[in-house]
Write a protein that binds this ligand. Sequence first.
Ligand code: PXG
Length: 464
Amino acid sequence: MTHLFNHLPTADLQALDAAHHLHPFTNGDALNKKGARIITRASGSTLTDSDGNDFLDAMAGLWCVNIGYGRDELAEAASNQMKELPFYNTFFQTSHPPVVELSEKLAQLTPGNLNHTFFSCGGSDANDTNIRLVRQYWAAKGKPEKKTIIARVNGYHGSTMGAASLGGMAAMHAQGGLPIPDITHIAQPFWWGEGGDQNPEEFGLERARALEVEIDRLGEGNIAAFIAEPVQGAGAVIVPPSTYWPEIQRICDEREILLIADEVICGFGRTGNWFGSETFGIRPDVITIAKGLSSGYAPIGGSVVSDEIAAVLNSDDFNHGYTYSGHPVSCAVALENLRILEEEGIVERVKTETAPYLAEKWRGLADHPLVGEARICGMMAALELSPDKSSRAKFASDPGTVGTICRDFCFENKLVMRHVRDSMIISPPLVITKSELDQVIDRAAKALDQTMAKLKADGLMTAA
Ligand code: PXG
């Protein structure tokens, strides 16, 4: 059964969209003037729009379609589960087979002693859970004053009040009265943008030690946790210097604070291991998961906590939960997704084949005169565009002006690549083939040439 609206002409869909649909992170007036791009179907790593154009989706939807589009097995898992038990809650002393099985599977897959999952519908609400959970943990241990959470500037943890407060996005804090109290932010390990004359290793140590400085400033007795993404995703794929995470881990080990690794993007193979924490040698007390958990086929997320945290939480009521915590259909879809990731050796192939293949080609793009730095970690990567790479200069135009131009050329070339300010980002499906990666590189290189030509023609090739 195909939905009726699939047959409407593009212009009609765009007009109805403009009339009734409010888009996330979008200037509605500007979008409605030109009309939204309507995506109607997808297969593998390719999207098709309502006019029949095919695009290579180098963003895996929104960093999430790890196993690629069009896997019937997940549709069947959803359909079977809907017929068997479409919904039941997990609140009042009840459970159901898919949530039991998924909880056990996650205990197996996640590192260390992370063996207990509290489910949510996505990453934002999982991070809201984390705020309440780590505060409740300390309160239950008789230390209710330990409630401040230290996070990072330019981190992204979601859009709810709590998650957006954890995030360090100035534009988000500027709306709606954020951040909420008892959340502070330290500087990020972004060497290209902020490293000055230091080498990356020195800079990484200094930015990690900012955590220690902040703990001392606020008092260890007031701090509940530190939260960070192993690699900042939405912040522009900021791969920290090699010195950063070991120093953060040392500080967390020496101080009485919990370490929350937000694995919403890094989890489920993105960095070449099942979790970014493994790639960087992080031993978190809590991880946030979502996105790749179901490859985006159904909404689901969660907070996976250590044995010690679960033991403390379980000693009292935790007055928290979502109607759809552990939704049976989402759990069934996630289980089938994890089966495919495991049985088809997708994470292993990323590590040994596709990520090294992509890394070599991606780093080659740094030879382009417009590209200052090419960063990559597994299957997430960024290009820093610069008018003068030798001085790591920023453009004189408003941040994002150049990035938008390049992004638009990518679309023209049938490549979905995203920009963050003037950095260009990819995070393709983990199943993308080598020949598709060749196409990503070719189309990106062409877009860089086109961007450079336009910048010169428009007088935008100037440094700030
Ligand atoms: N944590 C991280 C690290 C994320 O990247 C969330 C939490 C929130 O998850 P939900 O499922 O509530 O959206 C995210 C989401 C972008 C972009 O433009 C990134 C995300 C979401 C939307 C846009 O890069 N990441």
